[in-house]
Design a protein around this ligand. Structure first.
Ligand SMILES: N[C@@H](CCC(=O)N[C@@H](CS)C(=O)NCC(=O)O)C(=O)O
Length: 201
C-alpha cells in the first residue's frame, strides 16, 4: 500500500512541523514539494484552502492543519524518548501554543515583512516578540525542553518559528533569549532530525 502523501514546502515552518513529527514518529510518507505560486490541482482538490502542509492518509483522510498532523503522528507512534504528556504538562504546552498561534506569528510576519502589511507597528511587534521569547526563556530555565527534560509536541510546534525569527533578525534572538532558550534552539537546529527534514533534495 502507498504510504501517506504529504504536500509540503521545504522552508515553510508549518510544513517543517509536519515533517519533523513524521520523521520523529518514524512514519514513512511520500513528499510532494509544492510550488506555492502554482499549487497542484490534486492538492487543491483535497484541501481547497490551499495551504501546506496537507497530509493524505492511506484511507483517504485529509489532515490539512500542521497542529493536527503533529498530533496524528504522535498518536500513531509515540517516540520512546518523548515526554509523556500528562494533563499538567498540557497545561503548560497549550497556552504556549495559543500565544504562538494567535499572537507571535502575527507579530513575526509584520516584523519580517513590514512592506506587506498596512497595520505595521514595529515597536509593538518587537515588544511582543520579546515577550514571547521571555516566556520560552522562563520555561527553559529549568528544563532542556519546553515541557520538561525531554522533547514533546510543543517543541516541534514552536521551533520552526523561532528559526524564522533567527533568519529574519539573529540579534533579537541572541539579545533577548536566556542561555536555556539559546541551548534549546541550537539543540533543535543541530539535531539530525531537523537536518534531515530541511535538506535540499
Ligand atoms: N494553519 C495552517 C497554516 C499553513 C500555512 O499558512 N502555510 C503557508 C506556507 S508557510 C501556505 O501554504 N500559504 C499559502 C500560500 O502561500 O499561498 C497550518 O498550521 O497548517
Amino acid at each position: 500500500m502507498r504510504p501517506p502523501v504529504l504536500y509540503t514546502f521545504r522552508r515553510c515552518p508549518y510544513a517543517i512541523r509536519a515533517r519533523l513529527a513524521l520523521l520523529l514518529c518514524d512514519i514513512e510518507y511520500d513528499a510532494i514539494e509544492v510550488d506555492l505560486k502554482n499549487k497542484p490541482a490534486a492538492m487543491l482538490l483535497l484541501s481547497p484552502k490551499g495551504t501546506v502542509p496537507v497530509l493524505q492518509l492511506q484511507d483517504g483522510t485529509i489532515i490539512d492543519e500542521s497542529y493536527d498532523i503533529v498530533q496524528w503522528a504522535l498518536a500513531n507512534n509515540y517516540p520512546d524518548k518523548f515526554l509523556l504528556m500528562t494533563e499538567e504538562r498540557k497545561f503548560i504546552a497549550e497556552p504556549i501554543y495559543t500565544k504562538l498561534n494567535k499572537e507571535f506569528i502575527f507579530h513575526l510576519n509584520r516584523f519580517k515583512y513590514p512592506d506587506r502589511y498596512a497595520d505595521v507597528d514595529m515597536d509593538l511587534h518587537t515588544n511582543e516578540i520579546i515577550s514571547f521569547l521571555n516566556i520560552l526563556s522562563s520555561e527553559l530555565q529549568q528544563y532542556d525542553f519546553l515541557c520538561g527534560s525531554a522533547p514533546s509536541y510543543i517543541d516541534i510546534l514552536v521551533f520552526p518559528f523561532i528559526r524564522q525569527l533567527r533568519i529574519a533578525d539573529a540579534d533579537i534572538l541572541t539579545k533577548n533569549a536566556n542561555h536555556g532558550l539559546l541551548a534549546w534552539f541550537s539543540w533543535w537546529s543541530d539535531s539530525s532530525c531537523f537536518q534531515e527534514v530541511i535538506r535540499k533534495v
